[in-house]
Design a protein around this ligand. Structure first.
Ligand SMILES: [Zn+2]
Length: 120
């Protein structure tokens, strides 16, 4: 496995997510301070803020997974399922490089709670 490739992908993703979270946090602040006169605009503004905050929370979850994956890479544990220890298929890692689970365990976790990682 080309670990250097995954390290680069993960670092790029970490940077992208960090920037996106900063941008959305800025947007949320802006929405709160924006001058709103029309009651309908007020509703739209509140919804926009809620969406931005929810999106930020989703991005934060992914960022945690990306950082955990970088840690596993550092420890030489990258590419193994954190639940069962089996190797995660390369195609799955290419699609979701920060995934901590093999497809079987991913499905188990998906059934337990809603997650943002696509099932591949
Ligand atoms: Zn597994």
């Amino acid at each position: 496995m080309d670990l250097e490739h995954f390290r680069k992908v993960l670092l790029a993703k970490e940077k992208e997510l960090t920037g996106e979270i900063a941008r959305l946090s800025g947007d949320a602040r802006y929405a709160r301070t924006a001058e709103v006169e029309d009651p309908m605009d007020q509703v739209t503004s509140d919804q926009g803020e809620a969406t931005a905050l929810e999106e930020t929370s989703n991005l934060s979850d992914t960022l945690s997974q990306v950082r955990a994956a970088l840690q596993r890479l550092h420890n030489g544990e990258y590419g193994r399922c954190v639940d069962c220890g089996r190797e995660i298929k390369l195609a799955r890692l290419e699609a979701v490089p920060w995934t901590p689970y093999c497809i079987d365990d991913q499905q188990k976790h998906d059934n337990q709670r809603r997650v943002n990682t696509p099932s591949l």
